[in-house]
Design a protein around this ligand. Structure first.
Ligand code: ATP
Ligand code: MG
Length: 628
């Protein structure tokens, strides 16, 4: 049923101008020899010592890439641009929640800021391999802090700036950080979120923390412990902060960062990424899939506290020498056209966001978009959840004015880079994530370990190792083996369920654990949700399975209605009939809840496990990443 959707063919001009025009040939070539493909990509970056081996799989599934090589991601993301015309190019344009506040940095200026922060960290005794916890809002200092750690070989652990003191405490303790970098507060919809206070509560019970660096952002009053806390702007006046700071060359396999997954399906996992492979993966995928060009202005709306922010707000764009745009604010404050206003004002060419934001903005209607001239846009992107065909079309037709390709990108904190997506020269299918990236192959498996033919739904696996794959779970190699490599030896288990169509396009239909088995049929949450969202009354929907005596499971849907609609018996009947018609009578929801808000992770994903626990009156589990 999913194979009969529309196909959008790219314009010839897009194909002609793209980095990758002849994608079929490249796909074949990379498939024939993925290791050679990755080696070729790695040559686009600088290494102070070349690798002995591209892929070392002797300890698999603990794979190693570019072994023997020396490099540093900062050498490639910042330093090398300083010897070119990019030195004076804007690396970062930052706009505050109050859009009158603007700060811009050329690559030259970015380097100066990174050196300064690195000097401060060194003076505090941070050494290679030490973990520094970064708890900062979407302000330029989060770039400086991440890059400064990497520059001196320290490992950053960014904790999303909305986490509670308890969650922050656990993450600081887990990594035994001696230094925490934070801000006095952050702006959220016109109000101050008291970050420093949360850090105070978190480090009370963290014996390892010796120093807390505080960036002045909201200018709110905060308590400062004179033996532990330091204003960053005052540190910068000291001689220790001044002068050049060398980028240390590290082993390609040395850790770059630790980052936690979103916690959609359970307790967040601490993922470890390294310098060498990660830089090759993020550089290459951003260039191919978003066709990054010298004159682009790239806006990724993700927070730096998630993998999307790490790979495609900070590292990927800087590795490509792009101009990055970052905005402190969310999509609807103060008005639902704030983002469109910024695209117009700053001439954004490439806009990468999440389905949750698109669905939210859709609810306000297209007039808010039409008020603005968005003709600078040339490419759009989506990440985080399956994008419902309905939201895809709105994004394409209204935001992109029908002329911008949409790059849907399926990937995970674990994968570090895109895995299933498209390049602009490929035909697009709304609702399908796309094809495995060059050098990757994917399959859909049944419970017994057989590869399923096209059209059938099952467990999505990745067949080949890739450079920016996680190396392990931090201090938990056993969980790494169990979670990803045990079910099908030799294959990476993604935890998602999917279907591959006859053309090789992959349709993600939900989390494996969330697939609803009704009377022997397997129904994906994404399919039911997409069907509901295609009804004009529905803005957002979440589907879960609940135990049912006869059918095994019943389908329960929690729905946010679009503006102007009210719950009623008639509407419930209409929605059931609609799902039966557009999806299948078997998938007809049994019950509905109408709500104003769905439980989501702070990265914007629906937490179906919370809805399920609530419906069954069970314990809601780890709620550390629940948005409130
Ligand atoms: P946890 O692993 O803790 O449950 P999480 O899986 O939500 O959290 P992330 O690594 O942030 O943590 O998200 C990866 C998951 O997000 C993927 O496994 C997939 O389910 C979903 N996802 C990401 N991008 C897409 C996309 N473009 N289409 C469909 N699903 C996507
Ligand atoms: Mg996951």
């Amino acid at each position: 049923m999913t194979d009969q959707h529309d196909v959008f063919q790219p314009d010839q001009s897009i194909i002609d101008n793209a980095w990758v025009s002849d994608w079929k040939t490249l796909e074949e070539k990379a498939k024939a020899d993925p290791v050679a493909y990755w080696e070729e990509q790695a040559r686009n970056l600088e290494w102070s010592k070349p690798w002995d081996k591209v892929l070392d799989d002797s300890g698999k599934p603990f794979f190693k890439w570019f072994t023997g090589a020396r490099t540093n991601i900062v050498t490639n993301a910042v330093d090398r641009h300083l010897n070119t015309a990019r030195r004076n190019k804007l690396a970062l344009i930052w706009v505050g929640e109050n859009t009158d506040e603007v700060r811009t940095f050329s690559y030259f200026a970015l380097n100066r800021e990174v050196e300064q922060m690195a000097n401060v960290l060194k003076a505090m005794g941070v050494r290679k391999g030490d973990v520094v916890t970064i708890y900062l809002p979407r302000i330029p200092e989060i770039f400086f802090a991440m890059l400064a750690c990497a520059k001196i070989g320290a490992v950053h652990s960014v904790v999303f700036a909305g986490y509670s003191s308890e969650a922050l405490n656990q993450r600081i303790d887990g990594s035994e950080s001696k230094v925490v970098i934070t801000a006095d507060g952050s702006w959220i919809n016109g109000k101050v979120f008291p970050m420093k206070q949360i850090v105070d509560d978190a480090v009370k019970f963290s014996p390892t923390v010796e120093n807390v660096i505080v960036v002045r952002n909201t200018k709110s009053d905060v308590a400062m412990d004179s033996t532990r806390d330091h204003w960053y702007h005052e540190l910068c006046k000291l001689p220790i902060a001044k002068g050049k700071c060398q980028t240390v060359q590290v082993d390609a396999e040395d850790p770059l960062f630790i980052l936690y997954t979103s916690g959609s399906t359970g307790k967040p996992k601490a993922i470890v990424h390294t310098h060498g492979g990660y830089q090759v993966g993020t550089y290459t995928t951003l260039r191919n899939c978003f066709d990054i060009k010298e004159e682009d202005r790239w806006w990724c709306t993700a927070d730096p506290g998630w993998i999307t922010g790490h790979s495609y707000l900070v590292y990927g764009p800087l590795l490509n020498g792009a101009t990055v745009f970052m905005h402190e604010g969310g999509p609807t404050y103060p008005y639902p056209d704030g983002w469109w206003q910024l695209i117009e004002h700053y001439g954004i060419t490439s806009f990468y966001t999440a389905p949750t934001a698109i669905r939210t903005l859709m609810r306000f209607g297209e007039a808010w978009v039409r008020k603005h001239d968005l003709s600078s846009l040339r490419i759009l992107g989506s990440v985080g959840e399956p994008i419902n065909p309905e939201a895809w079309r709105w994004f394409h037709d209204v935001v992109g004015n029908g002329k911008c390709p949409i790059t849907d990108t399926w990937w995970q904190t674990e994968t570090g880079m895109f895995q299933i997506t498209t390049v602009p020269a490929m035909p697009l299918k709304p609702g399908a994530a796309g094809r495995p990236v060059f050098g990757q192959e994917a399959a859909v498996m049944d419970e017994e370990g057989n590869e399923l033919p096209p059209g059938q739904e099952g467990f999505l696996v990745l067949k080949n190792p890739w450079p920016s794959m996680m190396r392990t779970l931090y201090k938990d190699p056993d969980r790494y083996l169990d979670t990803y490599w045990k079910k099908y030896p030799g294959l990476y288990l993604t935890g998602d369920s999917a279907r591959i169509d006859e053309d090789g396009y992959i349709w993600i239909i939900g989390r494996t654990d969330d697939v609803i088995k009704v009377s022997g049929h397997r129904i994906g949450t994404a399919e039911v949700e997409s069907a509901l969202v295609s009804h004009p009354a529905v803005a957002e929907a979440a589907a879960i399975g609940l135990p049912h005596e006869v059918k095994g499971n019943s389908i329960h849907c929690t729905v946010i209605l679009a503006q102007g609609y009210e719950p009623s018996k008639q509407l419930t009947a209409d929605l059931r009939a609609h799902v039966a018609e557009v999806l299948s009578p078997i998938a007809k929801p049994d019950s509905f809840d109408f709500v104003e808000k769905l439980p989501k992770t702070r990265s914007g994903k629906i937490m179906r496990r919370v809805l399920k626990a609530r419906a069954l009156g069970q314990d809601e589990g780890d709620l550390s990443t629940l948005d409130d």
